[in-house]
Design a protein around this ligand. Structure first.
Ligand code: ADP
Length: 471
């Protein structure tokens, strides 16, 4: 079965709640009406009974006034024919002088007679032969502290029953109409309230990879739906920016891959154009090999970054001696430093034990030291330091090189960003080094800071937490 729409659910809720409320209100009203009618009947019987018994008590007491019937007719007005009376002696025999209008089938209630003999008045409801029961008041006529007669005043409850039935009939007709109206009102209300949702749905359906700049219009909606639209827009903003970055990255990666491929192709085509001596071929192959090495470095770096993006770097947790690691990085980089006439030194006071991935940590160090050497002119210096600062192991790679302008300092950690556009490729860099460094440091729960000014060199500081929790 198809699930109900929100609109149908709201309509059903509205109608059901209204129906239940109506049922409760009408139930209470019906009860109050019934009680009120019953009380009216009893009060009217009581007043008639009291009036007659008072008349009977007036002197000459015990004797019935000659014009009793006329008197009652005048007292009760048009209601006279609806009441019936009888006067009985304490043994239950009726007084022939009294205008007896009591239906015969309504035999006196024995309990009420017993009460009357004791001086107590009693109301009872008796079902006669007709369709409606009658209400009867049995009350004693007391003379000189003695019950001399028993008066019964009664009336049919037909009026009460008919009034109650009419009330129920009205409820039966109006009830469904009211519930239907409530349901219709609920439906209209839900429709009106859900118009912005429909608008959001159609906008959201339209938005795809090609028009991520579209936003959901929430002008004039300042409620929960407005908040939802704003939240969706913020999400679209993030998606758009991430899409933009991905597109830029793909374009940059394609460009980076195409450049060495074009060089490779060009050199090979040139070499094939005419027959050359073996030395020339050798130099072409050597140059091609360089391009291929650059390409494979680039592909390695791209793979590493995509693994970092997917959170699948697989960082090992092993005991690492950072001092030994720095010595190893300096040893490996010393060839490049010598070739560039840059003095490379390491200063590590004491061993700092650390839990992490030694291969990745060495990669971080080599990247930073390589950069420092590459961007330091001949005669300059590169120093690597290891210190402990509180709960952090801090490795700094300082150079006396060209430095980085302040506005570029954050950008150099972006993919393929280079300050001197052509130079880094000449030095063999892929433009991904610092981005990889940051990812690897963060995978060790650390962070990286940079201090630099053009002409005065740069210092990269890596902070690694000594209490390690690697993801
Ligand atoms: P690559 O070195 O392959 O170009 P990186 O991501 O390692 O890529 O570095 C990005 C850019 O940051 C470099 O092209 C360079 O402009 C700048 N940079 C990095 N390290 C230094 C440094 N020690 N001194 C000056 N500039 C640097």
């Amino acid at each position: 079965m198809r699930p109900l729409s929100l609109r149908s659910k709201l309509t059903l809720w509205c109608a059901s709640l209204f129906g239940i409320m109506l049922f409760l209100i009408w139930g209470v009203s019906y009860e109050m009406l019934s009680n009120g009618l019953a009380r009216d009947v009893d009060a009217s019987l009581e007043s008639v009974g009291t009036a007659i018994s008072k008349t009977l008590n007036e002197p000459p007491s015990g004797a019935l006034p000659a014009d009793l019937e006329a008197m009652l007719r005048e007292f009760l007005g048009p209601e006279f024919p609806e009441r019936f009376f009888q006067l009985l002696d304490p043994l239950g025999r009726s007084d022939p002088q009294f205008p007896n209008s009591f239906p015969e089938e309504l035999s006196p209630d024995p309990k009420a007679m017993e009460n009357a003999v004791k001086g107590i008045r009693t109301f009872s409801t008796i079902q006669g032969e007709g369709p409606y029961p009658s209400r009867i008041l049995t009350l004693p006529v007391i003379q000189g502290k003695r019950v001399t007669q028993i008066l019964q005043v009664g009336m049919s409850l037909e009026g009460v029953y008919l009034a109650r039935r009419r009330f129920l009939l009205i409820l039966a007709i109006l009830g469904p109409v009211a519930v239907l109206l409530a349901g219709g009102g609920g439906w209209l209300l839900a429709r009106w309230a859900l118009v912005p949702v429909d608008r959001m749905v159609s906008t959201a359906r339209r938005i795809g990879g090609t028009n991520l700049e579209e936003r959901i219009n929430h002008k004039g909606i300042d409620d929960e739906l407005g908040r939802l639209a704003r939240t969706l827009n913020e999400m679209l903003e993030r998606l758009e920016s991430s899409f933009r970055q991905t597109r830029q990255f793909t374009a940059d990666a394609a460009h980076e891959l195409r450049t060495p491929l074009t060089a490779l192709k060009g050199e090979m085509e040139m070499a094939l154009r005419s027959v050359r001596d073996p030395l020339e071929y050798q130099s072409v192959i050597a140059s091609n090999l360089e391009e291929i090495e650059h390409l494979s470095r680039l592909v390695e770096d791209l793979l590493l970054l995509s693994r970092a993006d997917a959170g699948a770097l697989g960082i090992a947790e092993e005991d690492v001696d950072l001092q030994a690691l720095i010595t190893e990085a300096v040893r490996r980089a010393s060839v490049l430093a010598e070739a560039r006439s840059v003095a490379l030194t390491a200063e590590t006071s004491s061993p700092v034990p650390f839990t992490g991935d030694s291969r990745r940590l060495l990669q971080i160090l080599l990247n930073l030291v390589d950069n420092a050497i590459k961007f330091t002119p001949a005669g300059g210096q590169v120093m690597v330091n290891l210190n402990r600062e509180g709960s952090w192991a801090v490795i700094s790679v300082q150079d006396t090189g060209i430095g980085i302008p302040p506005e570029e300092q954050e950008k150099i950690f972006q993919r393929f960003y280079r300050v001197q556009k052509g130079r880094s490729r000449d030095t063999g860099g892929t433009g991904l080094g610092l981005c990889i460094v940051r990812s690897l440091v963060e995978a060790h729960r650390g962070h990286i800071e940079l201090e630099s000014s053009p002409g005065n060199g740069s210092t990269f500081r890596i902070f690694l937490p000594l209490v390690q929790q690697i993801q």
